[in-house]
Design a protein around this ligand. Sequence first.
Ligand code: HEM
Length: 216
Amino acid sequence: MSVDTTMHVARPTRRDAYLDWLQMLSGAALVLFMWCHLILVASVVIGPSVMNAIAEFFESTYMAQVGGPLIFLLLLFHFVLAARKIPFRAEGQTTIIRHARMLRHRDTWLWLVQVVSAMVILIMGAIHMWVVLTDLPITATKSAERIQGGFWLVFYLVLLPMVELHVSIGLYRLGVKWGFIRSDNRAAAKKAEGILILLFIAIGLLALIRFLTLTA
Ligand code: HEM
């Protein structure tokens, strides 16, 4: 009797393709949100009144009150879709780490960075959104007081690189998956990925420094 040794590997279906599309689209929407969010927060560098005016606009149009929870739902939706491929059980985790060591390929390790940063972002992002959205209105002075307290400074110093790593690696992986990044332009894409991470971390750090030096 012949045994089909491939039976234990589930074949991708049309449903998997749709879910992959939804994962990509929700991820792309979150990337756009994060870039806009960081630039809006960094408006404090131009001046606290600029940040206050932007915050007032988002609150008077209810975009913060309604959009905030929607962003959280989108974050959760994106996580649940990605979780289809995350090994939550110990055996699966041991196997993926063994494979990453064996393959010695940077992109396999990047996938592990994606998984770990995703968990951190989900938890810390939820805490952050709860704290900010239950303490409206957003003002530069209130944000500065929070950050000068110390705890939130450390919190953002962890969350900021996690978000930027996740966003840039996510974009790079999308490029590879959908064929925009090929072997001929992979080196340039890796460079662009590195520049993107550093650029947004620099913008975030500038904003944090401005909050630290802001006096009421
Ligand atoms: C719509 C929901 C959100 C609102 C209204 C919001 C608002 C804010 C505000 C006002 C600040 C300034 C610091 C403070 O006041 O404590 C801030 C900083 C920050 N937020 Fe959000 N945020 C939202 C969603 C998110 C999400 C989903 C993430 C990532 C998961 C995130 C990551 C960060 C980070 C990393 C910082 C520090 C930025 C820096 O380095 O300058 N935020 N956010």
